[in-house]
Write a protein that binds this ligand. Structure first.
Ligand SMILES: NC(=O)c1ccc[n+]([C@@H]2O[C@H](COP(=O)([O-])OP(=O)(O)OC[C@H]3O[C@@H](n4cnc5c(N)ncnc54)[C@H](OP(=O)(O)O)[C@@H]3O)[C@@H](O)[C@H]2O)c1
Length: 478
């Protein structure tokens, strides 16, 4: 007899075969019987999607069983297909097979799942969280099943993936907000940002104006080191062309822009210190601060080559830390009146040097001190296990990073995390993209790594401080 778990495969093969239609007739009888027994509609919110999704749903149930443990942070908005919805959707699937002259490939409206969507694809997969921060040892390339989109998701073909220092090592180690991955016994996928083309999408994403063929940049926790990825529409940013530079804007550019404009409210009267200024985040921060806010920019970098690079981007003063014994003294020489703001991604001694030079406020004069924005703490990440013990810092960057929020100390200096409310962050991201498209800033990619197999090389080069600008891997040609 026909067991429900075998039905998906029959329906899946129905992408155009007569065989499936015959099977379909049989299953329709089952499904209608199910409905007649009083089963109810499981997903009431997808009116115009039904035609296509229903045709896909049986396949979805089979894929979902294997695909859900992929580390996707998207809560299942429809739930896995159960017998009730299975009966209903089968009825739809099969009636559409029977009453249309050819098997459906595209829906009539925006609920688009093309028939030629691959059923599996390659992804950089981590089987379980590890205690060693070596990303290369933690992951392998795996063939994973395609998961059809939830209503609020699109499926993107990933052309480029970006790398943010620390994200991947903390992810494979289950650190901080990745703690939940420790329970993922089936493993999870890696990669936090990407650029590519929409190839399929759910109804809600379509209602938001997204469509097949749109070029998009996205941030997501669930696996951009892969040939395809499911991403919620809220994380997408449409872009005119598939230029990998968009990846420098999507997270690093947008966050640095929001910190300068919303947190520091940087303007032409202010002196701002930016650490790791030649990096993916830093080189965008330098340009916003100088070219958009008009501030005086002091940039800290770790080599003469990086110094030249940030000078070209417009930094007023460049401190090469590889040539300075005392970072704090070097900053004092560059800003004798004190800093109005600091954007720091390095942590450790950089925190102390920045805080020591931050302008102090005064209760009598009713003045606020300078503002320190802690966006990351690269020198304290797990690839440097000694780091946390090396220097006691003026505040705990790690705690602030994961918890968010802000503090004011006894010198009326403010210390901020990178967290800002989502609507502000979204507005800042849109502005950042507009400014980039107007040519106000120039994101830089100095080297593009090629293929999923090169992701670990890129991560290692970044950790070893060898990279400048945004680190990008070309996953596949558009
Ligand atoms: N909160 C957010 O939303 C957000 C968004 C994006 C990035 N970030 C954070 O920003 C930081 C920078 O990210 P990124 O992707 O742009 O990286 P990156 O700046 O391209 O690379 C990190 C740079 O940090 C400096 N560095 C100093 N000490 C280091 C150490 N011990 N290990 C490694 N690097 C060290 C190096 O520059 P020098 O050689 O010039 O010193 C290195 O090139 C990371 O901490 C990341 O987590 C946060």
């Amino acid at each position: 007899g026909l067991h429900p778990t075998t039905l998906p495969f029959i329906a899946e093969s129905a992408y155009g075969t007569i065989m499936a239609r015959n099977a379909a007739l049989l299953v329709l009888l089952f499904a209608l019987a199910g409905s007649a027994m009083g089963f109810q509609l499981g997903r009431a919110s997808l009116p115009s999607l039904r035609g296509s999704r229903a045709a896909q749903c049986p396949a979805k149930s089979s894929l979902r069983m294997q695909a859900r443990p992929d580390g996707d942070d998207t809560p299942p908005s429809g739930g896995a297909l159960d017998r009730r919805s299975f009966g209903f959707s089968s009825a739809f699937a099969l009636s559409s097979l029977i009453f249309t002259p050819t098997a459906p490939t595209w829906a009539a409206d925006n609920a688009l799942i093309p028939a030629d969507l691959p059923k599996t694809y390659k992804a950089l997969y981590c089987d379980r969280v590890v205690s060693d921060p070596d990303f290369r040892k933690a992951v392998q390339i795996k063939e994973v099943p395609m998961r059809l989109p939830e209503p609020d998701e699109v499926i993107v073909k990933v052309c480029y993936a970006g790398i943010i220092l620390g994200n991947e090592e903390m992810r494979v180690m289950g650190i901080g907000k990745n703690e939940d991955l420790k329970n993922m016994t089936e493993g999870f996928r890696t990669g936090s940002e990407g650029l590519g083309v929409i190839v399929a999408l759910g109804q809600e994403a379509a209602d938001q104006g997204f469509g097949i063929g749109d070029n998009v940049a996205w941030a997501s926790r669930n696996g951009s080191f892969a040939e395809y990825n499911n991403v919620r529409w809220g994380y997408l940013q449409k872009v005119a062309k598939l230029q990998p530079e968009a990846l420098a804007v999507r997270i690093s550019g947008a966050v640095s822009y929001s910190m300068l404009t919303r947190r520091l409210r940087a303007d032409e009267d202010m002196t701002i210190l930016i650490t790791a200024a030649a990096g993916g985040f830093g080189h965008m921060a330098v340009q916003w601060a100088k070219k958009v806010c008009g501030s005086r920019v002091i940039a800290v970098v770790g080599s003469p080559e990086k110094a030249k690079f940030v000078k070209r981007l417009g930094a007023d003063v460049v401190i090469d830390s590889s040539r300075e014994k005392d970072l704090s003294a070097a900053i004092r020489r560059a800003a004798p009146k004190g800093l109005d703001g600091v954007i720091d991604t390095v942590g450790g001694e950089y925190i102390n040097a920045g805080m020591a030079n931050l302008r102090e406020g005064s209760l009598e004069k009713k003045t606020q001190g300078g503002k320190f924005v802690s966006v990351g703490f690269s020198s304290q990440y797990p690839h440097n296990p000694k780091a946390l013990r090396e220097v006691p810092t003026a505040f705990n960057a790690e705690e602030l990073f994961w918890a968010g929020g802000s503090q004011v100390n006894d010198k009326f200096q403010s210390i901020y995390s990178s967290f800002i409310p989502v609507p502000l962050a979204v507005a800042a991201r849109k502005e950042a993209f507009e400014l980039w498209e107007e040519g106000k800033v120039r994101p830089v990619i100095t080297k593009t790594y090629k293929g999923l197999g090169s992701v670990a090389d890129a991560i290692e080069d970044q950790i070893n401080r060898k990279t400048m600008g945004k680190v990008v891997v070309e996953i596949q040609r558009p």
